[in-house]
Design a protein around this ligand. Sequence first.
Ligand code: UDP
Length: 240
Amino acid sequence: ITSDGKKRRVMLKLSGEAFAGGGGLGVDPDVVHAIAREIAAVVRDGAEVAVVIGGGNFFRGAELQQRGMDRARSDYMGMLGTVMNCLALQDFLEKEGIDSRVQTAITMGQVAEPYIPLRAVRHLEKGRVVIFGAGMGMPYFSTDTTAAQRALEIDAEVMLMGKNGVDGVYDSDPRTNPDAVKFDALEYNEVITRDLKVADMTAITLCRDNNLPILVFELLTSGNIARAVKGEKIGTLVND
Ligand code: UDP
């Protein structure tokens, strides 16, 4: 709850890779349950939470293209992968006693609602978690861009990007360079000119042009989702 008594509405972007646990592929229910517990805690605390999950634990269109497949079709496979992640998260949120709705950008009435922005907002106001699946329904886009676009459309105040195995934005890859330096804060234009790996460029420019702050943080550290939602100083904050 913010100082003016309004509920905090946040967009949480979860990496698909994290959902795979150590396996790299598919869904590890233990990991998804742990994430669901954390989301449940912040919802009980009064935050309104919308979620976009990547699909890197199933397919990335660009990777399939490199291996000879048609790009647009591969991208649709990627989008369909994200839906499985959405259903897994929905299941564990339900087990935690939190109501949720999955809304997909590709209509699939048997498993999810279609994406209806005003309805999504209504769900949030009722304390339900809204999980957006199938990206934007368009090839050549990413779930980072989806998260930024949905965040803007539902008027979320920040995009929280939970990453797998990295606790913020560095000047070089901390996994290969032990001297890599972490940024506490960055401006959008620094991210763009230094080509820092925060999100893809389409997502970054969309956030910059509409003043949507981005917080990059380590997803699987216990308690981090709550810290991010509360605005504690973790990770790297990107804004103007
Ligand atoms: N995708 C797409 N359009 C969208 C969102 C996603 O085509 O609006 C496809 C794209 O092929 C992407 C895949 O879905 O590679 C999985 O999403 P992403 O790579 O963003 O997942 P993450 O890396 O965050 O796990």
